[in-house]
Design a protein around this ligand. Structure first.
Ligand SMILES: [Zn+2]
Length: 134
């Protein structure tokens, strides 16, 4: 095991000196493609069905409005996420996936596990949130 680790370390150093990415991020691509399909089909359902409007009572109108509201919000959320997923897939094509769009540093795989479409490293994301909150 120690031998294997040593070999792996050397291999990594070798790749590093050649200036290549040694991270295998292909699993995130698969996940992003899955997410894209799920989001697209969900959007189709939202756009196709719309809320069920079953009556003319005032209560029903209130329900209808609520349903419209939550559907609209879900649609927005789906569209926003879908855009981010598609952007992330484009970065795969360009070979810049997993690199922060602001500072160019590698985004940690732990972060990508949680947010596979993350555009920024945690440091830059924090900066943006600070600015946004002002
Ligand atoms: Zn960054």
């Amino acid at each position: 095991m120690i031998l294997y680790d040593g070999w792996f370390y050397n291999f990594r150093e070798l790749i590093k000196t050649r200036g290549e990415k040694m991270r295998d991020l292909s699993r995130f691509k698969i996940r992003l493609e899955e997410m894209r399909e799920i989001l697209k089909s969900r959007l189709k359902v939202i756009e196709g069905e719309g809320p069920r409007y079953a009556g003319s009572e005032e209560v029903d109108i209130a329900n209808y409005m609520n349903e419209m509201d939550s559907l609209y919000r879900e649609k927005e959320e789906c569209e926003r996420t879908l855009k981010r997923v598609e952007k992330a897939l484009k970065r795969f094509e360009k070979g810049t996936y997993g690199l922060c769009v602001d500072c160019g540093k590698e985004i940690s795989e732990e972060r990508l596990e949680v947010v596979p479409f993350a555009e920024r490293c945690i440091e830059c994301e924090k900066k943006i949130n600070k600015v946004g909150r002002k």
